[in-house]
Write a protein that binds this ligand. Structure first.
Ligand code: SF4
Length: 276
């Protein structure tokens, strides 16, 4: 099974810019961007971001506002604030480098179990399983039940953590889609769900669906941060800028969440700007 998947990936795996590096900072940046954002959208922004902030020190030395501006087009802007926070911790506690152990990675702002293991596998070549939504789908179907972290770790072939995890992600992104294309799948001879005739229920349990974006608070937050990248927004303009001209209270409540998340600072009169 290992050889089948690794050979398939060597021929069919995706060529992505962050796969050519083992730099932990570059891996962290790519993983932060890839959460909730499609690969095609991430590629040009990843290149631009790494050019601008090639090291944790370069990022930590910049104002948060510059990092938020560099995040334009990626959405979920809190990730930019967290990335800046991780860079600050790397400089303050780890000599400007990202740490190579799980607990220290988990202590960085915005780094959860998935991202920490991705940095370990993709930068430090550790034999740990990387379980994003694609990995969960592939491995759950492969073993015929919802995959847990110890299952994913046990499936990694020794010393092949980098290649195995990239290959699993590629299978999930290309053939083991929500609607699987088992004919072209290198794991098909070993797949428990396929052996059982793809019987329902699918062993991959979908997480809660993302609520609709249009008209949501998240859309208003995004509009406010987009405006803040260009300059301060006055309190009087908050509602219109958020896209809710008649909903001043809602706009002010959402503005407060931006302040609480470190994405904006409020002046005494309620005007907003990016943090310095
Ligand atoms: Fe997914 Fe089908 Fe491959 Fe199983 S055989 S891992 S269900 S694509």
């Amino acid at each position: 099974m290992h050889e089948a998947l690794l050979s398939w990936a060597a021929e069919r795996g995706r060529d992505l810019p962050w796969r050519g590096t083992r730099d932990p900072w570059a891996v962290l940046v790519s993983e932060a961007m890839l959460q909730q954002t499609q690969v095609a959208r991430v590629v040009p922004r990843y290149r631009a971001f790494m050019k601008r902030f090639p090291t944790p020190a370069a990022c930590a030395a910049a104002p948060v506002a510059d990092v938020v501006r560099a995040w334009a087009g990626l959405g979920y802007n809190r990730r930019a604030v967290n990335l800046h926070g991780a860079a600050v911790v790397a400089v303050a506690r780890h000599g400007g480098a990202l740490p190579g152990d799980l607990d220290a990675l988990l202590a960085l702002p915005g780094v959860g179990p998935y991202t920490a293991r991705a940095v370990l596998a993709f930068a430090f070549a550790a034999d740990v399983g990387v379980l994003d939504v694609n990995g969960q789908r592939v491995l759950s179907r492969l073993i015929g039940r919802p995959v847990a972290q110890p299952d994913a770790d046990a499936l990694v072939p020794p010393s092949r953590g980098w290649a195995w995890n990239q290959a699993v992600l590629d299978v999930g992104a290309t053939v083991c889609r929500p609607r699987p294309r088992c004919d072209g799948c290198p794991l098909s001879p070993h797949c428990a769900w396929l052996a059982g005739g793809l019987a329902e229920p699918d062993p991959w349990r979908r997480g809660p669906r993302q609520s609709t974006f249009a008209g949501s608070d998240r859309q208003g937050r995004g509009r406010l941060v987009d405006a803040l990248r260009a300059g301060p927004v006055t309190r009087a303009d908050l509602a219109a800028t958020a896209g809710w001209p008649g909903e001043r209270e809602r706009a002010e409540r959402v503005a407060q969440t931006l302040v609480a998340d470190g994405l904006a600072v409020a002046g005494p009169d309620g005007d907003l700007e990016l943090p310095r």
